[in-house]
Design a protein around this ligand. Structure first.
Ligand code: NOJ
Length: 767
């Protein structure tokens, strides 16, 4: 009911602010005529001008900084700006473009609105653990409402890079390791941002990134080389990008990495053959930050050469490099690029502006009244709190230590116990960092006077001061404490002694994941592990509230700590959401979307791996001359799809309505799920399929369906999945997308490891 009321609220707000008509609703012919007319008036410089996206504002990444932007805007040399915050500033700049440039072409205003604007939702990896597509769509919709109310019409999101290497810091920005789930999330995000057709002024243009394969950077090191077979590419990595295109995403960002030896930014096969010709993408392609000039360091030639390479490959807009503006005219004269190619790129940028309705009303997104009313509202924050609580993953709960009773004294100890700025998580560029309550503040709000909350820092983030500086950039400092380790510990032990329960708030700081935040050691830092050991020695019950932007190695913690709640970085309302779960107002239901390894050496470790010719026998952890390690078994610490609840669920055997299908027939797989515990709760039912024999080797299982259900204690529900031959398709050796007849295994369960199994046959079609 509450949810429905909220949707109604959003709808009514939208009605108030939506523009009456939109260009997008007019015919494509009208758009083409408008752009034809405009382009006839444009000089070559003005056309090239549309292809530039300089950065402004407080937030910059990468190496380049653009200057003298205002002059360039007036000269018609800029197509858009990004990371400029504030509706009044944006209106002012738009005014320069519209009223002071020769043709008055409006600018695009972009921003990294990645998991919320000022109301911040969990980092994408956390959000994906909700497995709740409606909540994910709503998070993007709220982000769009707030961003658009503040002048932004374009977000560089969703990031859909499949990643199987948690050393890579940017795993936090994506949806984990699975392409099927990633594709579903990509669709939800795009619907949430763009709405039906971006005609309303609270719908903004999305940009799917980073195209492509960025999550497979070698050794988990950012910006590093990517190299993989076409089969792996299309069976395991491409699906989320393709789903975004099918969902109508209006822009695509090229990735930093190379693909088959050619950087994505200059890769015609990728940006034209696959994206446009195979998938039918009709929006525009923007590079990543200095993506064009970085091709020089890649070894692809000087600025003029790489700019021409990018344009000819299918790039339309140059983010920050200023390579198009400085070389394309010369390249045109020399015949390295054609006028037609420049025209096509320019047209695509103008089309985006037209579809957004900016020609009709350049100030469509510049309504100060909206900015006052629609940003960081109570309603938005309530949704963010609920969504954050759904993203938390309960990893361990010995003897039902959680939920905590709302009584007595709780000591909240750790470097992350009382930080506001670290709550929102990486890539929350529009966040007002002081807005998010710290964990201690949030817990106090949740428990009121019922529980006494004490707190101490306990230790610094790590002993290495320089490392801590690198891990707390962009205003996310943890205020390194100058007291000695012993003094910090003594203070913590003193409050622990007065408490009934210890909540250890440990893990990563928010900037230990995200861009350029890769790590080779994924264990708890030295100081925090030591603190945890000392807290456990007190004999008091210890709950580890684990902040992290990636799967960490928690082998020691799993052995020694009775309860572990993984809270990721849950956004502006994270602290309240954690309180809701810790004290039992919300039953946790998050399920991991990336495997947690037992040690770093197992990486890449993911559930949908191949079997090899020498798999281990079931239940074994080492056999000589089998595919394994001497020092650790092959199993993850926590598998994909895993997450506990305060209740328990049982699964019946799988019932199939048929044991074989042919051609277009479908079969239904059904399980009955029962809440066998004493608390109401939600469960994510997961369908996996294995193709037992193929013309190429096939993964041991692949996610092919999921459904999140809510069950009252003691109640049961039947959950069914339809299986069609379409669901069984894959790219074969010659890259045809085929279904091959034969035996398939069907698995259903609450995570990728603990599943019920049965099988069916796909019969060949008799011609
Ligand atoms: C670099 C990042 O890779 C990309 O995700 C982001 O959108 C741009 N910088 C702009 O900030």
């Amino acid at each position: 009911m509450k949810h429905l009321l909220f949707r109604l609220h959003l709808f009514l707000m939208g009605m108030l602010v939506a523009t009456a008509t939109s260009y997008a609703q007019k015919s494509p012919d009208a758009m083409n005529r408008f752009i034809d007319d405009l382009m006839k008036k444009m000089t070559l410089d003005e056309k090239i001008g549309q292809l530039n996206l300089p950065v402004t504002g407080q937030i910059t990444t990468g190496q380049a900084k653009s200057s003298d932007v205002a002059k360039r805007i007036r000269a018609g040399e800029v197509g858009g700006l990004f990371n400029l915050k504030g509706v009044e500033r944006i209106r002012e700049v738009q005014k320069q473009a519209v009223e002071e440039s020769r043709l008055g072409i409006p600018l695009l205003f972009g921003m990294d609105v990645v998991h919320g604007y000022e109301t911040i939702f969990p980092i994408p990896l956390g959000l994906s653990c909700t497995w709740n597509m409606q909540a994910i769509e709503e998070s993007a919709h709220i982000a769009a409402i707030e961003a658009s109310a503040d002048g932004i019409c374009w977000t560089f999101s969703p990031m859909v890079d499949v990643c199987r290497d948690p050393r890579w810091g940017r795993i936090s920005e994506g949806n984990g390791e699975d392409p099927f789930l990633g594709a579903a999330i990509a669709r939800s995000m795009i619907r949430g941002y763009q709405g039906k057709n971006m005609s309303r002024n609270d719908e903004i243009m999305a940009c799917v990134k980073h195209f492509a394969l960025y999550g497979a950077s070698e050794a988990g090191r950012d910006y590093n080389t990517v190299d993989m077979s076409r089969q792996r590419m299309f069976n395991e990595y491409m699906l989320p990008y393709q789903a975004a295109v099918e969902e109508g995403v209006s822009s695509v960002m090229a990735s930093f990495n190379e693909i088959d030896g050619i950087p994505a930014t200059g890769n015609e096969w990728l940006l034209t053959d696959v994206l446009r010709k195979q998938w039918g993408f009709d929006g525009f392609v923007v590079t990543d930050y200095t993506g064009i000039t970085e091709m020089t360091a890649h070894g692809m030639g000087d600025t003029q050469t790489v700019a021409a390479l990018a344009l000819n490959a299918g790039v339309d807009m140059d983010m920050v490099s200023d390579a198009f503006s400085s070389t394309l005219k010369k390249s045109l004269k020399e015949g390295i690029v054609s006028m037609e190619t420049i025209d096509v790129a320019c047209r695509r940028i103008l089309e985006a502006k037209y579809k957004l309705g900016l020609f009709e009303n350049p100030y469509k997104y510049c309504d100060k009244a909206r900015a006052r009313k629609q940003i960081f509202t109570k309603e938005h924050r309530a949704v963010a709190r609920k969504t954050a609580s759904e993203s938390l993953v309960l990893l361990k709960n010995e003897n039902n230590l959680l939920p905590l009773a709302k009584k007595g004294t709780v000591a909240v100890i750790g470097p992350l116990a009382n930080s506001r700025s670290n709550m929102p998580g990486t890539w929350s560029v529009a966040a007002v960092l002081n807005n998010a309550p710290s964990l201690v503040e949030g817990l106090k709000e949740v428990v009121g006077k019922q529980v006494e909350i004490l707190t101490a820092k306990g230790c610094n983030l790590m002993s290495d001061n320089e490392y801590e500086k690198r891990a707390t950039m962009f205003g996310r400092t943890l205020h390194r404490d100058n007291r000695t380790d012993q003094q910090l510990l003594d203070e913590a032990l003193a409050i622990a002694a007065k408490s009934d329960v210890i909540v250890a708030a440990l893990g990563e700081s928010s900037e230990m994941s995200g861009e350029s935040s890769c790590r080779t050691n994924l264990e708890m830092t030295d100081t925090q592990r030591f603190l945890l050991q000392e807290l456990l020695k007190t004999g008091k019950p210890v709950v580890l509230v684990l902040f992290t932007g990636r799967p960490l190695v928690l082998t020691w913690e799993q052995q020694h700590v009775p309860a572990i709640l993984n809270v990721w970085f849950g956004g502006s309302e994270a602290a309240l959401a954690i309180g809701d779960v810790l004290f039992g107002d919300v039953n946790p239901s998050g399920k991991l979307t990336a495997t947690f390894p037992k040690n770093v050496g197992q990486i890449p470790l993911f559930y949908a791996h191949k079997n090899t010719g020498r798999p281990l026998a079931q239940g074994e952890w080492f056999q000589k001359f089998r595919s394994n390690y001497l020092d650790v078994d092959n199993e993850p610490l926590y598998p994909f799809g895993y997450g506990l609840s305060y209740t328990t669920f049982s699964y019946s055997d799988i019932h199939l309505d048929k044991t074989s299908i042919t051609g277009k027939e479908e079969l239904t797989a059904t399980v009955t799920v029962t809440n066998t515990g004493t608390k109401d709760g939600a469960e994510v039912i997961q369908l996996y399929i294995r193709d037992l024999v193929g013309s190429t080797t096939r993964p041991v299982k692949e996610l092919k369906g999921f459904e999140k259900i809510f069950l009252k204690a003691g109640k049961s529900k039947e959950v069914s999945f339809k299986i069609t031959s379409e669901l069984l398709k894959f790219y074969n050796y010659t890259m045809e997308y085929v279904t091959e007849p034969g035996e398939f295994e069907v698995m259903i369960g609450g995570n990728s490891r603990d599943v019920k199994k049965t099988g069916f046959r796909l019969e060949p079609l008799i011609p």
